[in-house]
Design a protein around this ligand. Sequence first.
Ligand code: SAM
Length: 378
Amino acid sequence: MDTIFSLAQGQFTLNRVPVRQQETLRAWDAADELVLDYLHQHHSNDLISSSKVLIINDQFGALSIALNKTQLSNWSDSFIAHQAVKFNCQQNNVTPVQCISSIADLEGSYDFVIIKVQKSLAQLEDQLHRLRPHLTANTVIIGCSMVKMLHSSTLALFENIIGSTKTSLAKKKARLIFSQYQPTLAVKDNPYPQSFSLDNRQWDILNHANVFSRAKLDIGCRFFMDNLPSTQKYKRIIDLGCGSGIIGMVAASLHPNAQIDFYDESYMAIASAEHNFKQYFADHQQVSFQVDDCLTSRDKESADLILNNPPFHQQNAIGDFIAMQMFKQSFKTLISGGELWVIGNSHLQYQQKLKKIFNNCESMATNNKFVILRAIKK
Ligand code: SAM
């Protein structure tokens, strides 16, 4: 796959992270190229270099690296995106940029704001609300997006939260969004975070804007929580890809003496899981909340039960590569005799994949849509 990113700002080597052999996808897209080209044509390099620039949702660092001479901050909900920015900065010998987690608030005001529009409208809505106090009448605000992700509802968010908004013509299926900050605009309150009640437990689950199944219980999660293992032999349990933390919370109620460790690559997921857990398990002392790429930083042979409802995409790329990484790293993390329990849509064929890694895999429960699988490290 092409890793040379060439544009007016320079030539850079860019990789997706985690770096995979035989990667088929590039680390940037036409929307990144379009916005960088626009900045080069319409704003002098000297002006941008001396400006305070905020980049939101940069996926693998293309924008941050191309604009690296500025006082630049990178605001994202993805730990992996931040790892990618750091990795690619190092690889290209450019000054590391300041990475700000989506949970942290912004500071001061910005001269330029570049927003890579992602699929999640909720996340964009939350970001625009939290960005607004950091804008001035002089701030240049540019969104960039692939056309397939740009809808009238996306533009309405810019109009309703920032001010008057227009778009560029499309080029290579990408478009730019230009928004002008309007100080007098009457803006509604930010609706995030949101919460919902779990009907069969007395839990109110609070979720930040970018958390999986933010506004209601996912049906796969419901089936999983009703079929978790309850024998008392597990001492160190991991909720891998925890989202709002419901699976780990049910595990804590089934195994009150076990250590429960929550892992997710989304800062908002970990913050939500921590909030939810502490709300209902304040006395449960043995718990941790970790932002990580799967279980990369976890010691090997340090858990006896891993519970996992894997994602089927990274950013906009759909596939089972994260599920596979989760399964392989779970194998490494489990002690001998330890168990990985996975829920998936029946058509995803996780059973064969787990068998390849663990040499065994058994179905523990099924319904018309999902299967819950157990693989034991022998
Ligand atoms: N466990 C929750 C549930 O059952 O409702 C959420 C499951 S959701 C299908 C998958 C979760 O995996 C998301 O919260 C997502 O942020 C997380 N995730 C995606 N890629 C990840 C990665 N590389 N490392 C850790 N977590 C990841």
